[in-house]
Each structure stands twice: as structure tokens, then as C-alpha cells.
Design a protein around this ligand. Structure first.
Ligand code: ADE
Length: 301
């Protein structure tokens, strides 16, 4: 899976993603992250990427032109990567070396040389994956506190994409026209305001990446955990058996796997009931577990 981040602070993104588990995922080739510097695509001779808002007001607005050209460059990168992949697989008709791209900052895309992807499939409300290039138009996620709030379900949905483009905003916002042209989806990571979209993009890349096969050591470690089946994780214990007078629950030392599994599920249900009862509405429970939940609820009355 390939992430492309359009940003004014590429070093911030690269420092964030190249460490720990995402860094390992990049090294192994399970994911890739390109931080694309919007400033490299401005046609302003002073390198300006923002200007005062029409109609007056405080602050600066990120201008449409550098973002649009940066976006075109990212689309070219995606096409080029696809051509290279096909060439290596022996399915391409053309040598990728001959494919014209405009990804070099020194040669930003000419005015009307947009890379064309298939038009959106209106019925599905999501980009279509058929058309002249055969490449699905990548989803563009604009990081903004006004967006739909990111959650685990969105992470799971987005982890199935091959390419994702992030736009990190700054200042007072982004010229609305470029957001419309890119059909950007606004996404927030929570109801608070940050100074820019870089941290939100990194948060999203982190949570999406760990769902991409090959990023985590074992697929189970992604599955048995908070929010799986809409339940919180059960408590974990490790050596020693007694710490500061506190004993590890006896059942975990019993070696009886079925009993341990049942106890863990019940602990997950209990924790969710105590900490995030809202999640229980969508929780996936067996009939026995539903009865267990009802009995706990009754005992709390
Ligand atoms: N940019 C500023 N604040 C943000 C937030 N909460 N989520 C996403 N992008 C943002």
C-alpha cells in the first residue's frame, strides 16, 4: 500500500513514519510513504504557497495552484509506479522508462496537463476502477477538524486501498476550489484543533498501516485487540506472578485454554461496559455472551 502526503513539512512526516513499526513496514516493502513538498510546485517566484483570503479576514489561505500541481505530480508517481510494477511482472506494453511524468519539482505540471483517471462512479459514491488507465482514482483525504471523525472502521476500509493521498492543511485553510477539483474527503482525528494536518496524517497512516498484511509480525496481534468485535481488550499480565502483593488472576495460570478464552471474552465485555458502553450497541456477541452481559447489567442495578 502506498501513502502520498502533500505537505509543507515533509521532514516531519518522514521522521514520524520511518521509525518503529511503520518504519519496518517501509523497509520490508509492505507500505511506502512519499512526503511530497507542496512548495516545490508553486509557480510563485518567491516560493509562496499561501495568500490573504478574498473578502478579507485574518490569516492566510493555502493557494490552489501549488496544491493542484503537487496533486498532478502525485498522480503521475502513482501511474509510474503502476507501470513499473506491470513491467516487472511482464504484463506491460510499455517500458516505464519511456513513460512521461511530471514529478520533478523543477518542472511542475503545465497548466492543462492533468493526469486523467476514470471519472467517479456516482452510484457507488466511490471512485470507479475502470477506464482508460485501468487505475482506480486514488482517494484524497484532506486533514481538517471539520471532517468526518476517523475511527477503526474507517482505518479498516482505507487499508484495502492501494494508494491514498493525504493533504495536510495549515494556516486558515485551503482554497475551496482545489478541494472540489480533487474531490477531497475531509477527515478529522478528533474534536480539537491542531496547528496542521501532519500529525493527523501520521496518526491515520499508523493505524491504517498496521492493518496492511506484512506490517505487523502476526496478523492475530492486529485482530485480538481493542475494537475487534467492537470490544475493548482484556487485561494482560506478565511475569512475575506476584507484583507488589498483587496476584495474577488464577485462571491465567491454569493452562486450560478454553477457560482462559472465555474469561478473556468476559473481561472484554466487562471493560467495554465500564469504559465505553456506547461500543456495546455494535458489539458482536454470542447468545451466551449476551446473557452474560445482561446478568452483569442486572447486578449493577
Ligand atoms: N487539522 C487541524 N486539526 C485537525 C484535526 N483535529 N483533525 C484533522 N486535521 C486537523
Amino acid at each position: 500500500m502506498n501513502f502520498y502526503v502533500m505537505t509543507l513539512f515533509p521532514e516531519m512526516i518522514l521522521q514520524g513514519v520511518n521509525t518503529s513499526i511503520t518504519g519496518r513496514g517501509i523497509k520490508s516493502g509492505a507500505i511506502s510513504v512519499e512526503a511530497v513538498h507542496i512548495r516545490d510546485y508553486t509557480k510563485d517566484k518567491h516560493g509562496k504557497t499561501e495568500d490573504a483570503p478574498y473578502g478579507g479576514g485574518v490569516g492566510l489561505v493555502m493557494q490552489a495552484q501549488p496544491i493542484w500541481d503537487c496533486y498532478q505530480a502525485v498522480l503521475s508517481m502513482i501511474e509510474e509506479r503502476k507501470a513499473q510494477k506491470e513491467f516487472i511482472a511482464g504484463t506491460a506494453s510499455a517500458d516505464p522508462a519511456n513513460i512521461q511524468t511530471d514529478t520533478e519539482p523543477s518542472s511542475p505540471c503545465p497548466e492543462d496537463d492533468s493526469v486523467s483517471f476514470p471519472a467517479e462512479d456516482d452510484a457507488a459514491g466511490e471512485p470507479a476502477d475502470t477506464g482508460s488507465t485501468g487505475t482506480k482514482r486514488p482517494r484524497v483525504l484532506y486533514m481538517s477538524p471539520q471532517g468526518r471523525v476517523f475511527n477503526q472502521q474507517m482505518a479498516e476500509e482505507l487499508s484495502k486501498e492501494e494508494n491514498l493521498i493525504f493533504l495536510c492543511g495549515h494556516y486558515e485553510g485551503v482554497d475551496e476550489r482545489v478541494l472540489e477539483l480533487m474531490e477531497a474527503e475531509e477527515v478529522s482525528i478528533g474534536d480539537y484543533v491542531l496547528t496542521g494536518g501532519e500529525l493527523p496524517a501520521m496518526v491515520m497512516i499508523d493505524s491504517i498501516s498496521r492493518l496492511v498484511p506484512g506490517v505487523l509480525g502476526k496478523i492475530e496481534s492486529a485482530e485480538i485487540e481493542s475494537f475487534h468485535d467492537n470490544l475493548l481488550e482484556y487485561p494482560q499480565y506478565s511475569r512475575p506472578e506476584v507484583f507488589m502483593g498483587r496476584q495474577v488472576p488464577e485462571i491465567l495460570l491454569s493452562g486450560h485454554h478454553a477457560n482462559v478464552d472465555k474469561w478473556r471474552r468476559e473481561q472484554s465485555i466487562l471493560r467495554t461496559l465500564k469504559k465505553r458502553p456506547d461500543l456495546l450497541e455494535e458489539a458482536v456477541l454470542t447468545d451466551k455472551e449476551k446473557k452474560y452481559l445482561d446478568s452483569v447489567r442486572e447486578s449493577m442495578l
